[in-house]
Design a protein. Sequence first.
Length: 452
Amino acid sequence: MTEESKTISPEHEYLGAGKSAAYGLQHVLTMYGGIIAPPLIVGTAAGLSAQHIGLLIAAALFVGGLATILQTIGVKYIGAKLPLVQGVSFAGVATMVAIVTTGGGLSAVYGAVIIASLIGFFLAPYFSRIIRFFPPVVTGCVITIIGLSLLPVAVRWMMGGNKNAPEWGSVENIGLALLTLGIVICLNLTKNASIRRLSILLAIVMGSVLAYLMGFGDFSKVGNGAWVQFPSLFAFGMPTFELTAIISMLIVTLVIMTETTADIIAVGEIVGTKVDSERISNGLRADMLSSAVAPIFGSFMQSAFAQNVGLVAITGIKSRFVVAAGGMILVVLGLLPIMGRLIAAIPVPVLGGAGLVLFGTVAASGIRTLAKIDYNEQKNLIIVATAIAAGMIPIIDHSFYANFPKWIQTLFHSGISSTCLMAIILNLLFNHLSLFKPGHAEAPKNIPETLH
């Protein structure tokens, strides 16, 4: 091994075309359900036909791939150059549904996304300066809640994905998910490092094959429809610009920037590389630029996908070129609807079984960060306890803020943004504003130094 290879940062390591494609496909399978859900929800709310919703999904895949490549490969001042997968953000779904159902339509959504994203682009260097307010007591809380907030998604997948389906929560669905989970565990017990790193992908493939043999999944419609199709430009009309829609989307933009900042810090912690304000600023610019371009192709606001942070943690594959390969696969899927239909046919419980490990790994990474904190200081205990509890509120009950103003609902609908804001505020009160700085709690006496 050369001296240069010893000093290269893990995210800059190139593993070769074959491995990058295989590991990249694993990233695509991990986030596929999440990336197609927002256009499906918004398209349904807008009353679009199945064919037009298909165009929204293809556009989401295509733009998500381009955004991922921009974020990972990067150009000067744009792109964090970290293994971050980009896709349509869930944070804006409720706001976009509200816009399309109150008369604005998709054109107003697209106009609001463009303006809000451009504002976010120019705010990025100022927003990134909050890095000094993200010590381990804050980042640990945020990373932990990212994992905890994703676990309900895995549970819903395990139960079947659709509450209105008659087989929702059936023993067969949950059994299939547990079978996939068992495969993941067994693959990680092997001595072969390559198999362990590909355990999620292999488990999804093996789980899908077993599911098909057991009568799960319908692959009969994979061949129906166009095989190749380029996303149409402004397929749903030119964007319109309505002030109320823009203001609502701007609030969403600030939430997305907060969550992306948390994801950049989280993946930097997992990779073991330096994350400073410049890197966060570059990552946010990539986020906002891809979001501003997305409406041209018929897609929506982009953000980093937290579930893929878990995949980086569990596989130990930290190369950004692997995720860039995943971005290329997304672009291809956006151009080849048949491939998208094939992946969409994977039984949801299979994804749920794999997701349980993935999302739990993110929470475990946060707990590892929190373990570095000195809990002899009462203030640290208060920050961690309150921030995580605040983040759990919208996870436990989505209607908790239902009677509050819309901007509060938008700001606190996510456990991630709730924890992030609470942890930052409490850290400011306890550690940055001298008026509120409590005295250092004296450590108990007669305890061995190693236990401090």
